[in-house]
Design a protein. Structure first.
Length: 263
């Protein structure tokens, strides 16, 4: 790879060549099939297992002991998993077909709005599901988890918007703000994890592996904007996002399947 390939200029992001874009299109087409196939498999093979979202609305003045939680509605776990897998499949299909022109133009500008739009929903469903398995099922808690995770994703989007190719300097403020927002749901999960009388082994595995994967997305962006090694190429960072998205979604889907959906 030449020096021009790995140096961002006003003309475009580093490493985003015609050859790299053609390779990314093939990757997106392949990931469309892999995500969609897994979504269908989960729907076909999964059981009817569901988790209830509850409420503990106040029944008196401040300080009044909270009432026993009451169920508001049930969330089908297989359906929720299928939704975030199908969202990823749609994202990859659009970027490889009808949205290809906009996707590739964005990559040349060092940004991928399709990624952030998809993550804002799919990653949020994922963290809500992880929270469910640690008892974060109260409707108010779920809303706060959704808000914090979506804020993290949008800060990631802002990080790209504020650091275009050819910039004179790099700011990491959106990245660090997003890190704080994204840590909040995990802190709540840890509180319930530590306080639980018993946590099934597969739930501990979900917590451990998905914490690593969620953190890896942040590490990938940090490496991009620190321009370390191959991450000097924006196209390389984009490919890492594709791999992380597939592995994280697949890991959560099949770990939950093995623990809760396999009959």
């Amino acid at each position: 790879m030449s020096h021009l390939d790995t140096t961002a200029t006003a003309a475009g992001a580093a490493g985003v060549t015609d050859e790299a874009l053609a390779g990314l299109r093939r990757w997106n087409l392949g990931l469309t099939v892999l995500h969609a196939a897994q979504a269908v498999a989960i729907l076909v093979l999964g059981s009817g297992f569901a988790i209830a979202v509850t409420s503990t609305y106040p029944t008196g003045p401040p300080g009044t002991p909270p009432p026993t939680p009451s169920a508001l509605f049930d969330v089908s776990i297989a359906s929720a998993i299928a939704v975030f897998l199908f969202l990823a499949a749609i994202d990859h299909l659009v970027t490889a077909t009808i949205g290809r022109g906009l996707y590739e133009a964005d990559l040349r500008r060092g940004i991928n709005r399709f990624r952030w739009a998809e993550y804002s929903i799919s990653a949020t469903i994922m963290i809500v599901l992880i929270g469910f398995y640690f008892g974060l099922t109260d409707i108010a808690t779920v809303i706060l988890v959704v808000g914090a995770n979506m804020a993290m994703i949008f800060f990631g989007w802002l990080q790209e918007r504020m650091n275009p190719p050819g910039r004179a300097s790099t700011t990491m403020l959106p990245f660090w703000f997003g890190t704080v927002a994204g840590a909040a749901p995990w802190a709540a999960i840890v509180v319930n994890f530590v306080g639980s009388a018993e946590v099934p082994g597969f739930v501990i595995v979900i917590f451990s592996t998905l914490l690593v994967f969620f953190s890896s997305f942040a590490v990938n962006q940090w490496l991009q904007y620190r321009e370390i090694g191959p991450w000097r190429s924006y196209a390389f960072g984009e490919k890492v996002y594709l791999v992380l998205s597939l592995v994280a979604k697949s890991a959560l889907a099949w770990q939950i399947f093995g623990g809760s959906l396999a009959g």
